[in-house]
Ligand binder design. Structure first.
Ligand code: GDP
Length: 198
């Protein structure tokens, strides 16, 4: 089945602001979530070998829509969820997103897994934990420790080890990634393929 999946051929399909705007619930998709500025857009661009698939922005919280990308075939999709933890989003907007995103994560049959992108220097924070608590019993989760070049190899391995131990009771896998030297890219790709075929 993986023959049809191509990260390099990732293409924007559509954006959704409301749940009824999302593509038909069929095939398989994995969604990327993370605190604003964690490195989510950079990770998606790195995985798809495209510079601008997701606009990486120095202004946190700019992504306000759920963005869907096909992976060679529209039956396989990568989903970019809006970054959380950005104070400037209005309360009303945040409430709207909470409702839409919670429903998306819990009701979507074709959603195979969630990739939670975390800045390796901060580790898993309260907002990440809330998300993992929400879906961890329902879905496999991959914690991606981004910006691993910001720590020594030893320190990065320690964070990966402690993160694995923290979630040993759930279906949680962990890997790290540096977009600068592409360390961890192959691991991320392999895991995403496994999850899409889950
Ligand atoms: P997002 O808000 O989660 O989508 O975060 P971005 O992908 O926009 O990244 C936030 C900042 O972290 C940007 O300045 C990126 O250049 C930087 N960044 C992302 N990944 C890496 C990495 O692997 N290494 C380093 N050194 N910086 C990174």
């Amino acid at each position: 089945m993986d023959a049809a999946i191509s990260f390099k051929q990732a293409q924007f399909i559509t954006s959704a602001f409301e749940l009824h705007q999302v593509p038909t619930d069929e095939g398989a998709e994995i969604a990327f979530a993370g605190r604003s500025n964690a490195g989510k857009s950079s990770a998606i661009n790195c995985l798809t070998r495209q510079k601008n698939l997701c606009k990486t922005s120095k202004t946190p919280g700019r992504t306000q829509l759920i963005n869907f990308f096909s992976l060679g075939s529209e039956q396989y999709r990568l989903v970019d969820l809006p970054g959380y933890g950005f104070a400037k989003v209005s309360k009303k907007m945040r409430q709207h997103w909470d409702e839409v995103l919670t429903a998306y994560k819990l009701q979507r049959q074709c959603l195979k897994a969630l990739v939670v992108v975390v800045d390796i220097r901060r580790g898993v924070g309260d907002l990440d934990l809330a998300l993992i608590d929400l879906v961890g019993e329902e879905l496999p989760i991959h914690v991606l420790l981004a910006k691993s070049d910001k720590l020594s190899r030893n320190a990065a391995a320690k964070v990966a080890g402690s993160t694995k131990r923290q979630f040993a009771h759930l279906d949680v896998s962990v890997s790290s990634l540096s977009i600068l030297n592409k360390t961890g890219l192959q691991d991320l790709e392999t895991r995403c393929l496994e999850l899409l075929n889950h």
